[in-house]
Every structure is written in structure tokens, then in C-alpha cells.
Ligand binder design. Structure first.
Ligand code: NAG
Ligand code: NAG
Ligand code: NAG
Ligand code: NAG
Ligand code: NAG
Ligand code: NAG
Ligand code: NAG
Ligand code: NAG
Ligand code: NAG
Length: 354
């Protein structure tokens, strides 16, 4: 079955986009920051507050000076939990509204032990993720889209006997309820797996203010691909708020070998993960009368969409309404069709699991 969402600009979404530019749906918590302190981070313009009103336990710590100067300010402090198996934040939220919740961690040898801990992050009674590090100076973050039936949420750090839990940053952002093709309320939550800017020519991660909902769009490329880019503005894109931001859609990946397929793969944690993915396309090249770009999309060899023809300066999303599961590795292939004169492209991809 074919499922493509054609997104058109409406006055309403423009309005939301403008409203979305302020931080009204944001709760940005710098864990460990002394009580009553707040500041505006200078790169992102995001206003962070102390976590003191959200938790009673744990101790405030600071990163090593080397790590402090090489990271944004919200990582300077953290809250560490040497006591207790589970320590929980209680954060107010509006029931029935979809939230993006992001928890970020930077170890930065804050305890002087030079030993990377591992622990669990829980949402209420449910395990959200196991927090793992590969490098003391590299931050990790986890995101879920969550809709609560209550007016608050408990975010907990659980000690699993493999080091002292800590947390650096908690960020909540309200999302429009059409960001995903399924009702978050009915499934409870969706965890982010990847959210990628596939044609990136800057190698930068984009977030607020490029994305009014402060989603992180990470650059990704590989040696088989090359990039196409143009300069688009919001009107060109016929964008809606749930789409990737203009800066992300202004670039696309395409295979270097123009007769080869464009391939992308990722590994699932377990074969029982139920994966939803959204593929975002925008034809950023003005095609000549005798040119066509058309491709089929397969998942692990099985057709899922196509022939797909990206629209000029308009964002389209391809997705399947039901989740995929049963694989350890997911391989998406974009195959140039017989009549296409141009190779496939893709601008952005996001996938989530349940
Ligand atoms: C934080 O502000 C509140 C309200 O103004 C005040 O009662 C409290 O003493 C302050 N806490 C600290 C640690 O300054
Ligand atoms: C959370 O909501 C409760 C009940 O409305 C209120 O008493 C409390 O102050 C709120 N907490 C924060 C941190 O805003
Ligand atoms: C950790 O990351 C830093 C910064 O990217 C790098 O300089 C360092 O070599 C890495 N350390 C290890 C052990 O990989
Ligand atoms: C989104 O919210 C609108 C208005 O509150 C509601 O009519 C609609 O059913 C909701 N959609 C989903 C997918 O929850
Ligand atoms: C992009 O950044 C990543 C991480 O900092 C780095 O490993 C990679 O080499 C960079 N790629 C390019 C093309 O600069
Ligand atoms: C994009 O929106 C503009 C103005 O709303 C409209 O004129 C144009 O036809 C739309 N383009 C596409 C490709 O849908
Ligand atoms: C380009 O891709 C085609 C189709 O996969 C293949 O037959 C050809 O050998 C490739 N060319 C190069 C230079 O790799
Ligand atoms: C398309 O037309 C242009 C001239 O307008 C020509 O140079 C080009 O080779 C043609 N391309 C194809 C694929 O036929
Ligand atoms: C693309 O899909 C169409 C329709 O399903 C099919 O006829 C065509 O052979 C496919 N082409 C390629 C290159 O996969």
C-alpha cells in the first residue's frame, strides 16, 4: 500500500509556527544548578532554570574545568544520586498533550573517578533507556514523545549496580498532535531512534530556533553519498510545523554513482522493537523538461512506496502507518526507476520505536 502525506501550508500552521518561536511550550531544566538560578544559554537562546523545585534528593556537582569550557552551559552542573536505588523528578505537564521529553547526560569526570557509569532512566514505572557512555567528554541524550493521562510525570534515575546515576539536563517541549501518524495518547509513548539531516553540508546539529519545537536534527552522510543544496525559505517549502525545518530540507543526499541505489541502514536494539519511520523529501533542483526523478523505496528488499516523485520546493513525507518489527537490521533502499533520468534523493529521516 502507498502512503504518502502531502503537506500543504495553511494559515493555521503558519500561525502556529510563529507562536512556536517563543519558548511557551518549553520547560528547560539545568540539573544541579543552584536553587532560584536561571540563565539564557548563549548559542541556543534557550532559558534554563534550576531543578531544585522538581526533586528533593541527589547532590549538585560540576564538570571538570576542561569539559566545562567545551560544552554548552547547561552541562556545567549535574545532579548525582549516590543514595537510593531510584530517585525521581516530578514535573508538571498538561494531560493529553504530546510532549517531547529529552534527557541529556555528560559525565565529564565530575566525580574524579574517571569511570563511565551505566544506569537506567525510567518514566514512571517503565524503563525508558539504559544510559550508556562511550566517552567521558561526549554527551548522550534520549528522547521520548509522551502523552500523560495525569498532570505530572515522574522521571527517575535507577541504580543498577554499575555506577552512580546522574543527569545533566531535562527538556520538555509540547508538540502539535499531528507530528506522528499515530495518536501518542493511544500508544503512551514513542522513543526516538534517529532524527537525521541526511544532506547536511555543514555537519551541524540543528535545533531551536531553526526548529521551533527544539527537535535535534543530526547530520549524517557516508562515502557513497554526495549532497545537493539550495537556499529555501519557509514559504517555498509549504512546510507545516511537524515537518523538518527549512535548513534541514534545503539539502538532500543522493548517491555518488548516479545509477546505484541510495541505501541507508540502522540496527534495532532488539528484533521486537516496533519501528515507525518517516522519510522526508523535497525536490530542491529545478528539473529541465526532459528530466525526471522517480524512485521506488524498499525496506529489507520489500517495496514500501513508489514510484515516488519528489515535488519541487514542497515537502512530502513517506511513511507506513503500522510499525515494522522482526529485524535486527533495517535497510532502506531508494531505487531509481527505469524511466528516471536522475538518481534518488532524500532530505531527512526520523524513526521511533515503541
Ligand atoms: C528561592 O526563592 C524563594 C522565593 O523567593 C525563597 O523563599 C528561597 O529562600 C530562595 N532560595 C534560595 C536558596 O535562595
Ligand atoms: C505543580 O503543580 C502543583 C499543583 O498544581 C503545584 O502545587 C506545584 O507548585 C507545581 N510545581 C511546579 C514545580 O511548578
Ligand atoms: C573522547 O572525545 C574527545 C573529544 O571528542 C576526544 O578528544 C578523545 O580522544 C576521546 N577519548 C577517547 C578515549 O576516545
Ligand atoms: C489532535 O487535536 C485535535 C484538537 O484537539 C483533535 O481534534 C484531534 O483528534 C487530535 N488528533 C490526534 C491524532 O490525537
Ligand atoms: C562531522 O562531525 C563528526 C562528529 O564531530 C565527525 O566525526 C565527522 O568526521 C564530521 N564529518 C565531516 C564531513 O566533517
Ligand atoms: C505552496 O503554497 C503556495 C502558497 O500557499 C501555493 O501557491 C503553491 O501552489 C504551493 N506549492 C505546492 C507545490 O503545493
Ligand atoms: C554504479 O552502479 C551501478 C549499478 O549498481 C554499477 O553497475 C556500477 O558498476 C557502478 N559504478 C561504479 C563506478 O561504481
Ligand atoms: C536534456 O536537454 C538538454 C538540453 O536542453 C540536453 O543538454 C540534455 O542532454 C538532455 N538530457 C537528457 C537526459 O536527455
Ligand atoms: C518500481 O515499482 C514499480 C511499480 O511497483 C515497478 O513497476 C518497477 O519495476 C519498479 N522499479 C524498480 C527499479 O524497482
Amino acid at each position: 500500500m502507498l502512503h504518502s502525506l502531502f503537506l500543504l501550508l495553511g494559515a493555521l500552521s503558519l500561525l502556529t509556527l510563529v507562536i512556536g518561536q517563543d519558548q511557551s511550550g518549553f520547560i528547560s531544566i539545568d540539573c544541579g544548578l543552584p536553587e532560584n538560578f536561571s540563565y539564557t544559554e548563549k548559542n541556543t537562546g534557550i532559558n534554563y532554570i534550576s531543578d531544585a523545585n522538581f526533586i528533593d534528593s541527589g547532590v549538585s556537582k560540576t564538570l571538570s574545568p576542561e569539559d566545562r569550557i567545551t560544552h554548552q552551559q547547561q552541562f556545567s552542573y549535574l545532579r548525582s544520586f549516590p543514595n537510593g536505588v531510584r530517585n525521581c523528578y516530578k514535573i508538571n505537564m498538561t494531560s493529553g498533550v504530546d510532549y517531547l521529553i529529552r534527557a541529556s547526560f555528560l559525565y565529564g569526570n565530575y566525580d574524579g573517578l574517571n569511570k563511565l557509569p551505566q544506569f537506567e532512566l525510567h518514566v514512571g514505572p517503565n524503563v525508558w533507556e539504559t544510559v550508556k557512555f562511550t566517552n567521558s567528554s561526549i554527551s548522550v541524550n534520549y528522547e521520548i514523545i509522551y502523552s500523560s493521562s495525569q498532570d505530572h510525570i515522574h522521571l527517575c534515575l535507577a541504580n543498577t549496580g554499575t555506577g552512580t546515576p546522574f543527569i545533566s539536563v531535562i527538556e520538555l517541549r509540547t508538540l502539535p498532535n499531528d507530528t506522528y501518524s499515530i495518536s501518542i495518547q493511544s500508544v503512551g509513548s514513542l522513543a526516538r531512534v534517529l532524527r537525521l539531516d541526511l544532506g547536511s553540508i555543514t555537519n551541524l546539529t540543528y535545533r531551536y530556533k531553526d526548529d521551533p519545537y527544539d527537535r535535534l536534527w543530526e547530520p549524517y552522510s557516508n562515502k557513497e553519498w554526495t549532497q545537493l543544496s539550495t537556499s529555501l525559505n519557509t514559504d517555498d517549502l509549504n512546510n507545516t510545523v511537524s515537518m523538518p525545518p527549512v535548513i534541514v530540507m534545503s539539502t538532500a543526499a543522493t548517491p555518488r554513482n548516479s545509477s546505484a541505489s541510495l541505501d541507508f541502514k540502522w540496527d534495532a536494539n532488539t528484533i521486537t522493537d516496533r519501528i515507525y519511520f518517516y522519510l522526508h523529501f523535497n525536490e530542491i533542483q529545478k528539473l529541465k523538461a526532459n528530466e525526471t526523478r522517480s524512485f521506488n523505496i524498499t525496506l529489507n528488499g520489500k517495496p514500501i512506496d513508489g514510484p515516488f516523485v519528489p515535488k519541487y520546493r514542497s515537502t512530502q513525507t513517506s511513511y507506513t502507518p503500522s510499525p515494522h518489527s522482526g529485524f535486527k537490521t533495517y535497510r532502506l533502499s531508494f531505487l531509481r526507476t527505469e524511466f528516471s533520468t536522475l538518481p534518488p534523493i532524500i532530505n531527512a529521516l526520523r524513526n521511533s520505536k515503541r
